[in-house]
Design a binder for this molecule. Structure first.
Ligand code: ADP
Ligand code: DP6
Length: 339
């Protein structure tokens, strides 16, 4: 007997960065974060529970994946099962497709664990409906798979709190603006590598927290960053939001660079991208730098300037191509077919 469901989720990019945990076991972030869910960059995942499978399998972009990525998926399926009060499950065939580079600093774990959470719930619970309450609950589960994944349950601008150590459901995601509330916002990505990075975000942030003398100041500054970003979002003030976003990203990287040994995601293209955006600002174009656990320079800007910003990033040596993304939707169930 087979029970399967398909779900999609889009990636999100943090404008106020999550970096570091205050509880490893429940994966509670050390700082609050604010993100923009991106249209067009998505994971599509089918979860199929099959009685004749000996163990869980993960096919990622048509390739069989084993080891820790598969183990994380298995643990997540168990987590969703327990939360739904389902006593047991058959082994699962998980087929997932990212339409953008995986593990390269474009937040594939965010869209991946958001889509996996929804597809697993759809397959485990016949007639599952992704209403507000289910979305809230799945965001708590997705956060345990990957912190940033909680934010991909929602579209538009999303906030994720920090939570109380030991309390699994204490760090929650919530929507601040729907994707239609600020439709002119754009995130331009200068793709500087198509391959996986050396240090994943989980390891990078743990090592930073353990060894960087700049980690505590980063954490201390985060609540003010969030407050200012929230005010800017409420008033649709791109300049103010961009200013905070650039500051938050650079402080995150400063804390990582001060780790021992240093965690270095920045490449030449990243720094040249930052300078290119600052040069655009001097010409009156509002474009603000951000960067995650990877080399890609990214820019927050207005739709009317997006082509000019993309052209400026495309001219940076080391930038291979550019992507322009508008605010995108939250995770959704595409189809389900219970037993
Ligand atoms: P990224 O910058 O892409 O988010 P991370 O290091 O945070 O990089 O996460 C990458 C990891 O997320 C991968 O190594 C894999 O374990 C997991 N992942 C990415 N995409 C998928 C997917 N579609 N299904 C399951 N796991 C995935
Ligand atoms: C730099 O959510 O990938 O993208 O919770 O360990 O899976 P885990 O980390 P992850 O880290 C995201 C780090 C970031 C900033 C952000 O998205 O807020």
């Amino acid at each position: 007997m087979t029970a399967k469901a398909v779900a999609e989720a889009n990636t999100n990019i943090a404008l106020v960065k999550y970096w570091g945990k205050n509880d490893d076991h429940f994966n509670l972030p050390a700082v609050p974060s604010l993100s923009l869910t991106l249209a067009g960059l998505r994971t599509r995942t089918e979860v199929s529970f099959e009685a004749d499978l000996a163990s869980d399998r993960l096919l990622l972009n048509e390739h069989e994946v084993t080891g820790e990525p598969l183990a994380k998926v298995s643990r997540h399926l168990d987590r969703v099962m327990r939360d739904l009060g389902v006593a047991a499950r058959a082994s699962a065939l998980v087929r997932s497709h990212n339409n953008f580079p995986t593990a390269a600093g474009l937040a594939s774990s965010a869209s991946a664990f958001a889509a996996l959470s929804v597809a697993a719930a759809g397959a485990l619970r016949p007639g599952f409906v992704l209403d507000d309450a289910a979305r809230r609950r799945l965001a708590v589960l997705a956060r345990q798979g990957s912190g940033s994944a909680a934010r991909s349950l929602y579209g538009g601008v999303v906030v994720l709190g920090t939570g109380t150590p030991g309390q699994v459901d204490s760090a929650r995601a919530s929507q601040v603006l729907r994707e239609t509330d600020w439709p002119e916002l754009r995130l331009v990505i200068g793709v500087a590598s198509e391959s996986a990075k050396d240090t994943g975000s989980t390891d990078g942030m743990k090592h930073t927290a353990a060894t960087s003398p700049y980690f505590a100041p980063f954490v201390a500054a985060a609540p003010a960053d969030l407050r200012q970003a929230m005010t800017a979002v409420q008033s649709r003030d791109l300049e103010a939001l961009g200013h905070v976003a650039e500051r938050s990203a650079l402080r995150m990287h400063a804390s990582a660079l001060a780790a021992d040994p240093a965690v270095v995601y920045l490449r030449g293209a990243t720094i040249e991208g930052l300078h290119a955006l600052r040069a655009l600002r001097r010409r009156g174009i509002a474009a603000f730098f951000t960067c995650d656990a990877g080399p890609h320079p990214k820019a927050l800007t207005h739709a009317r300037d997006a082509d000019a910003v993309a052209a400026a990033l495309a001219a940076v040596p080391g930038v291979l191509r550019t992507i322009i993304a508008a605010p995108g939707p939250g995770a959704r169930l595409i189809e389900d077919s219970g037993p």
